[in-house]
Design a protein around this ligand. Sequence first.
Ligand code: CP
Ligand code: NVA
Length: 308
Amino acid sequence: MNHFLDIHKTDAADLRSIIDQAAKTKAARVGQPKAALDDEQPLKDRMVALIFEKPSTRTRVSFDVGVRQMGGQTMVLSGKDMQLGHGETIADTARVLSRYVDMIMIRTFDETVLTEMAEYASVPVINGLTDRTHPCQIMADVLTYEEHRGPIKGKKVVWTGDGNNVCASFLHAAGQFGFDLTFTGPSQLDPEEEFMGFARQQGSTIQVERDAFKAVEGADLVVADTWVSMHDAQSAKERRHNMLRPYQVNAELMSHAKPDALFMHCLPAHREEEATSEVMDGPNSVIFDEAENRLHAQKAIMRWCLGN
Ligand code: CP
Ligand code: NVA
């Protein structure tokens, strides 16, 4: 059994096999109704708990559908309705849930909730986003890039805006999949040094460039995310918008990247803020493929967690 806690905590060869598995099972579903069972049902007779301490559309629906397609069952739990939200310890919650379910996916705030859950659970635990990282999203993004443009190894990815949780997992993926990443955003919102350091140690070129137009030169992929994440104080919204406005991804910025550069956004988006609709709905945007690939990537992650 394996936990899927973060991209930098997972063996690079395992990450590659997860992507390959995802591509294979995705291909096998072409033309199938959404609720049809997969030919193989690695989650047959398995129960999966999906715990949300923050809102979600994609993570919630893609995990739920994915488990069912693989023959399993789900229960979707809101953190605030559980005793977890009323003082029960994470350790006790993990031990109790392990008596009922075969796998736990959790979206939470502080990453110590995730790591403690994994420490005390006797079943696999999957990170469905914390304040610091979002590994399932970036597995879907790697799958999406490779579907459109072939191997991501050696490519130049440019992250625009806030060096947040999704950016962190992109940095981890840079190290593990061997691509380079340039961060462009205000210094107050730089990614954590630790995450940039990880990717550099693996041999990736990680750069910080304050000028968005210089940053995107030669980019194979340009990525944006919301300027105010779920864990950010709403009171900081105006200040963040003022800092981040020069980093908006619009047609002019994209024209400085390679002509075939893809555009990604994990969604949900605030259109005309971090990116314009012209870019989001333009020919180089793969935002809805990313959303779809959450399903296929996570199915492969769950199989890996259960050792098949
Ligand atoms: N991208 C993503 O994780 O979306 P949700 O917040 O809707 O799950
Ligand atoms: N950075 C965003 C990602 C949402 C999927 C957030 O944490 O709110």
